[in-house]
Design a binder for this molecule. Structure first.
Ligand SMILES: [Zn+2]
Length: 286
């Protein structure tokens, strides 16, 4: 995807803490391949962060480090710390410019999310975060959290490389931000409380809608799409479907993100429609 270079006036970027390492390996060393990959992959694209962080907080030490709002000079440095970070800043810039007018048209107040890059671990409005969690969105502070080292893992261990696979991650997390602003996230949470047996099914709807929104963003920026981009997105969506992650042996009732087919369909339908209303269908239970 040929994104324009980021402009720090349009984005809010922070450097999170370089906190504690994930017990048992952290960065490079990965032991039991498949299981670790499955866990990592399940975590990308939004395992319920509150739930996840809750578990981390119970079981592990809090990490240190505070995400500070950076001045624009700082923001430039943060975005330029590596190629992945720069690409993410450009994607965020594009996402803000794409979605803000749509919110204005719909008469819904728009706030841009913050983006925090971190290594190892950091604090978020949802508690402490570890890089092993993968990218996530925290509704509490309306922040997207990304350890850019994760993109290496995505490419090497999941076969989901390519710039569009990475910006799809960003656009998916941004999709959760959209759901926070539109109130969909809150509606899902209360529906889950009212009907705990349908909690996973509702979670799947939310994840697929976020995939769909990622597709809409790409579809509205079609002029920036390279040949092969959509294929990269499809490969990523395929790799992180619940059925693929469980090797076809998972019980669909336990799925929280949707099957590979559902995730690919969601991304593609958003892309082809290039219109966010196509993503409403995931919320038709209301
Ligand atoms: Zn998600």
């Amino acid at each position: 995807m040929r994104l324009n270079p980021f402009n720090t006036d349009n984005i809010r970027v922070r450097q999170g803490g370089d906190g504690g390492r994930f017990p048992g390996g952290g960065g490079g060393k990965v032991g039991c391949g498949t299981i670790v990959i499955a866990i990592l992959a399940a975590l990308i694209f939004g395992v319920d962060p509150a739930q996840m962080i809750g578990q981390l907080e119970q079981g592990q030490q809090q990490t240190t480090g505070s995400g500070q709002v950076a001045g624009s000079q700082n923001e430039t440095a943060i975005c330029n710390q590596n190629a992945y970070a720069a690409e993410g800043c450009s994607a965020l810039d594009s996402l803000n410019s794409t979605w803000a007018p749509l919110f204005r048209q719909a008469g819904i107040t728009f706030r841009d999310p913050t983006l925090t890059y971190y290594t190892g671990g950091t604090r978020s409005g949802c508690g402490s975060a570890q890089s092993a969690m993968g990218p996530f969105y925290c509704p509490g502070d309306e922040g997207i959290y990304i350890d850019t080292a994760f993109f290496n893992q995505m490419e090497r261990q999941m076969g989901a490389g390519g710039d569009f696979a990475r910006v799809y991650v960003m656009a998916h997390e941004y999709g959760h931000h959209i759901q926070k602003l539109t109130g969909v996230a809150g509606q899902i949470r209360s529906a889950q409380q009212q009907n705990p047996r349908a909690a996973n099914q509702l979670q799947v709807r939310m994840e697929l809608q976020a995939d769909c929104y990622a597709g809409v963003w790409a579809g509205l920026n079609r002029d920036k799409i390279d040949r092969g981009d959509l294929q990269e997105g499809m490969r990523a969506a395929n790799a992180i479907g619940d059925d693929t992650l469980t090797g076809g042996r998972g019980n669909p009732e336990n799925f929280t993100h949707g099957t590979s087919q559902q995730r690919m369909d969601a991304l593609r339908s958003g892309f082809e429609a290039a219109n966010d209303t196509v993503c409403d269908r995931y919320m038709e239970f209301r």
